[in-house]
Ligand binder design. Structure first.
Ligand code: ADP
Length: 387
């Protein structure tokens, strides 16, 4: 019954979404067809100003429609779990500078100054480079669009800590001196197609950008939030997990090393013998990486303490203690907390990503795993080149 309730709720949400999409697509279409017909039927009677005016409406509505289609397609990819993410160590400041640069012209047109105060020494993020740009461009373009002439947009960044510890997250914020968001509208800001009453304003938009951004950042293991004071301005922030290099740095004393022969040990915790065999075959092709296997989480943890492997590959669906629990145990012990653990799962990609990164896995691979990607991950953590 619970499954049915969930599925009913999902169907209702889908129907509502589709009806919003169709409404949003029809509105600009109405302008395109309406003004197009007028031009077709009355072109000889219309003044040149009117002709140019109508043509302008058609082009602007067409452009709006194109943006909308792009956003909806992107959203449907993300919602269906078909969006591709490549998580790698991303050095953010140059990318932020690039995004700021892309918006310079637009900001100049509306007399808004862009200030990049991001910290050049920010630790690398564990994220998707393209998605990072997409998220930054969305926040920056909103901060410019909903600003005022003579206003500013300031980007800042900092490592988040809970007062004592580094939380492994970095916060990037975009502050503007614009119109702000009415208090009674703030709860609706991440709703798709909701433009918070700016539907008929001169400022172009689809109302999907922030919804999309929230979905993206959550799938990337991060979060988004904002503070806004009407007529004063808003600050939007996004939190990203930091990269493996950064985490390794923080715990340098325990960082795994090659053994005396220059070999890196990789421990694979997996109950399925066929999967273990397959992994052994993959390792036969690698130089300076040695595979050791364990067939349950308990013995895997013991081996991790004894062997101090450079990397642990962890199956999630283990009998008894699950991979998630085993990862938590490894993180609790000083002896094993700095060993990167990569999850190998058979679950849905987006589910794993969110849960996996939140649970502190350094990366994850879904089964059936792509061997090239697997080798890439092993090489990243052990610097073991391919034979
Ligand atoms: P769009 O800009 O396409 O309308 P978004 O999803 O990016 O859509 O934003 C939704 C709404 O939130 C906007 O229409 C606007 O009313 C409000 N908003 C977003 N960013 C800001 C901002 N920096 N300052 C004021 N209002 C904002």
């Amino acid at each position: 019954m619970r499954a049915r309730e969930t599925s009913d709720a999902q169907n209702r949400a889908k129907t509502e979404f589709l009806s919003s999409v169709s409404h949003e697509l029809r509105t600009p279409m109405n302008a395109i067809l309406g003004f197009g017909r007028l031009l077709e039927q009355k072109s000889t009677q219309l003044s040149p100003e009117k002709v140019s005016n109508f043509a302008n409406h058609i082009v602007r509505s067409g452009q709006h429609l194109l943006n909308l289609i792009g956003d909806v397609l992107e959203l449907s990819k993300i919602e269906s779990g078909h969006a591709n993410f490549t998580i790698e160590d991303v050095v953010a400041p140059p990318l932020i500078a690039e995004c700021v640069d892309l918006l310079k012209e637009k900001a100049y047109e509306v007399k808004v100054a862009l200030i990049d105060n991001s910290d050049a020494d920010l630790p690398p993020l564990a994220t998707d480079r393209g998605r990072f740009r997409q998220i930054m461009l969305n926040l920056l373009s909103n901060a410019v669009k909903y600003n005022r002439p003579g206003g500013t947009v300031t980007v800042a960044s900092r490592v988040l800590n809970d007062g004592v510890h580094n939380t492994g997250m970095v916060r990037i914020s975009v502050a503007d001196t614009g119109k702000g968001i009415a208090l009674d509208r703030q709860g609706q800001i991440f709703e798709p197609f909701n433009r918070l009453g700016r539907e008929s304003s001169e400022i172009e938009g689809t109302g999907i950008g922030l919804h999309l951004t929230k979905r993206l950042i959550e799938q990337l293991g991060g979060a988004i939030g904002f503070e806004s004071v009407p007529a004063k301005g808003s600050t939007f922030w996004v939190d990203f997990p930091t990269g493996v290099a950064a985490r390794g740095d923080a715990k340098r004393d325990a960082s795994p090393q090659a053994d005396a022969d220059g070999n890196f040990t990789v421990l694979y915790i997996e109950d399925n013998p066929l999967h273990r065999l397959l992994m052994e075959e993959v390792f036969a092709d690698l130089t300076s990486a040695r595979l050791t296997t364990a067939n349950d989480a308990e013995s895997g943890i013991e081996m991790a303490v004894a062997l101090k492997p450079a990397l642990i590959l962890m199956d999630i669906d283990l009998p008894g203690m699950s991979g998630f629990e085993a990862r938590a145990r490894l993180a609790e012990s000083r002896e094993t907390s700095s060993i990167p653990v990569v999850a190998l799962t058979a679950g849905a990609p987006d589910f794993d990503m969110q849960q996996g990164l939140a649970a502190g896995f350094a990366d994850y691979l879904t089964k059936p795993f792509d061997i090239e990607r697997l080798i890439g991950v092993i090489a990243r953590f052990t610097s073991a080149p391919r034979a």
